[in-house]
Design a protein around this ligand. Structure first.
Ligand code: NAP
Length: 334
């Protein structure tokens, strides 16, 4: 095993990215120095926020560099260790995905307990998407007993978990939106939402008004744009929204129009609050303990779309931006 393989950023996209923006490259197998571990990645995550890192733009996380390997959450097995705290054979979570083998300082890896959940769960329901969903409905826009909750991107990793936790918190009605009849069916039948709207098939605002004629108390926004506008229109006085992501505008090449009904925020005294999971990573141990129990007792249901092999990772990422996934989009590397 002298050769490692990694995916590098070949060029920056304008608008929607394509396969030409990625390059699969063979690199030398790294060797751990003192305090380091070598990890054979078994699973990696592709996430919508990575689209922003492909641009040369200031943000909360630095841009990927052209010619350098991409990064992102991954799970793997330690195959060589010069760090006392992490033995060979441990399963670890870390941030050097997009490559088959990752060289890490031990401090950059967290040993995960594969006795309580599957390794890939630590990239989904027990990973950042799960924690984001939990924060959204417990802290950013806390769901209370009897609330009517609307979740966009409801067939996706964050949305599917957010809706189910909202139910656990006592929501009276949980409504989701997703693209296409199959996803809508899954949102209701598998994730237990009361209703789901196919946003591609008609007016979202009208469907929302039909399903929740008295309005909604809480909105979890994964999409932005027309979804945010419909939710602002539907929120009750003193309603709350957790602004988690705005995937509808990640490929925009210029300024996007905002919702035209923002004065509703004033008149209805709405609370719209953004969240970045990276501000709350200290919450992981407590959250994982709770969510692993929910997975084990079957009260939190997950789905994943799995793509095989590092060479398919760019296709998986391009797919997540276009809705090719149900639940968490994952790449299996070994
Ligand atoms: P995901 O929902 O599993 O996958 C993305 C989904 O977005 C696609 O499957 C697609 O589903 C939907 N989509 C794509 N384009 C759309 C459009 N124009 N309009 C409506 N829906 C569209 O992804 P995720 O990882 O769970 O992330 C969901 C959102 O949360 C993203 O906005 C992401 O950036 C954000 N996020 C934020 C944080 C944070 O810390 N703030 C952390 C994690 C994720 P359909 O087929 O239903 O269209």
């Amino acid at each position: 095993m002298n050769v490692n393989r990694e995916i590098r950023l070949a060029s920056r996209p304008v608008g929607e990215p394509g396969p030409e923006n990625f390059e699969l490259v063979e690199a030398e197998m790294p060797q751990p120095g003192e305090g380091q571990i070598l990890v054979r990645n078994t699973w990696m995550s592709v996430d919508p926020y990575m689209r922003g890192r492909m641009d040369d733009a200031e943000s909360y996380i630095p841009p990927f560099q052209v010619g350098a390997a991409l990064e992102g959450s991954a799970i793997g097995e330690v195959v060589a260790s010069r760090a006392e705290a992490i033995p060979v054979g441990a399963t670890v979570s870390h941030f050097l995905g997009w490559r088959e083998y990752a060289l890490l300082d031990a401090a950059g890896a967290v040993v995960v307990d594969t006795g309580v959940a599957r390794p890939q769960d630590y990239l989904g329901a027990l990973g950042t998407t799960g924690l984001t969903a939990y924060l959204a409905v417990t802290e950013i826009a806390p769901v209370g007993e009897g609330d009517v909750v609307f979740v966009s991107g409801a067939a996706g990793a964050v949305g599917s978990v957010a809706g189910q936790i909202a139910r656990k918190l006592g929501a009276a009605q949980v409504i989701g939106s997703a693209g296409g009849p199959d996803k809508v069916k899954k949102v209701v039948e598998d994730f237990g939402f009361d209703a789901a709207i196919d946003y591609r098939a008609g007016s979202l605002a009208e469907r929302l008004a039909e399903l929740a004629p008295e309005g909604i108390d809480v909105y979890v926004d994964n999409v932005g744009g027309d979804h945010l506008a419909a939710a602002v229109g539907a929120l009750k006085v003193h309603g709350k929204a957790a602004l988690v992501g705005m995937i509808s505008q990640y490929n925009a090449t210029g300024p996007v129009p905002g919702p035209s009904n923002m004065y509703d925020v004033v008149t209805k005294r709405l609370n719209l609050r953004g969240v970045l999971v990276t501000d709350h990573l200290d919450r992981f141990p407590g959250y994982i303990a709770q969510a692993a129990a929910w997975l084990a007792d079957g009260s939190l249901r997950t789905a994943e779309t799995v793509v095989e092999g590092l060479e398919q990772a760019p296709a998986a990422f391009l797919g997540v931006l276009r809705g090719a996934n149900t639940g968490k989009m994952l790449v299996r590397l070994a």
